[in-house]
Design a protein around this ligand. Sequence first.
Ligand code: ATP
Ligand code: MG
Length: 393
Amino acid sequence: MDYKMFLIKYAEIGTKGKNRYYFEETMCKRMRAKLKSLGDFEVRREYGRIFVEAFSDYDFDDVVEALSTIFGIVGICPVKVVSDTSYESISKAVVEYIDETYKDKDFTFKVNARRNDKSYPKSSMELNCDLGADLLSAFPEMKVDVHNPDVLINAEIRNVFYVYSKTIPGPGGLPVGTNGKGMALLSGGIDSPVAAYMIAKRGVEIEAVYFHAPPYTSERAKQKVIDLGKLVSKYAGQIKLHIVNFTDVQLAIYDNCPHDELTIIMKRVMYKMAQEIALKEECQCIITGESIGQVSSQTSQSLMVIDQAADKLPVFRPCIGMDKQEIIDISEKINTYETSILPYEDCCTTFVAKHPVTRPKLEVIEKSEENLKGKIEELYKIAMETIEVVYCR
Ligand code: ATP
Ligand code: MG
């Protein structure tokens, strides 16, 4: 069937009271931008609903896929529309709709009719009964079940008539742009793209920072992070990625600090730099992919010590309580997994110690960092001044 229209369902936005308009409009803007290249569409708010109407041919799967990346949407309902709202016309439309939508008619149903024109010759109750009767005579295999129907047939008379019964699930969440901006530490791994996705899902716009350490990390490793940024941007919108050349800072740490503390100290410097970039870019939070206990630098004690390095912004770690498999499941769903597992080295693996500390003490780490005084400041400054920016979209 060719659907001329989609009804877009949302959930949480509905609870936003006075701000609802802002959330709806932000979501509509995202939808318009996404649909632009797929055909001629109008996205509009009407009767407290959001509709997408097509004025050109389009590819159904492409449009559904595009809408499925827009946070805030919980359901996408393809709608059959007819402009003649006489009873004969709408009855015919409902029968045709069911015929075309369900090959097998062996199911129970209930008609849920609504009308906004109270002068319409039939009441909603009458419409339920009459349309139900028309369906039963057209398809005797169908059965009515008003309590627990397999298929709920929504039939609405407005200035036009529309009918729908199927809901394709959307991603949920809140429209990106309604909840400020965050700086995601994006590595080439599985976890950080998932973390960025999860925070974007709550409406937060995403920027990202990647610490690159050439020649210890290759151009391919950098490209992999850019590719992951692009994959996440499908949901999060354009991501400004800051690529920091971290090599000299990292070497200074390597040369001056105990090797079992390297990962912790390196992470602390990364957090510090990320925070500085985040503040410059007016972000309100830092986002990382850590999960308690996953590796030695992610024990509670390590996280406590690393966390202290970002003293001005909260660090959001949406994967913190998840098992690896749960994180992998999300990465597969958002299509980052295959890219994440490409075997390119990351800057931490190059410099890891054989036996890293798992219960670091802040005082001990701070003492080790004193060895960096006078050696790291200039390198830190140069790294911050030579950041490369790539827009992932
Ligand atoms: P991921 O799967 O996201 O790479 P991981 O399990 O490898 O995470 P770590 O290497 O301990 O974990 O890194 C923890 C977090 O620190 C990452 O999720 C990421 O947010 C950040 N991070 C690590 N390395 C880098 C890097 N080179 N550039 C930017 N952020 C990084
Ligand atoms: Mg990693």
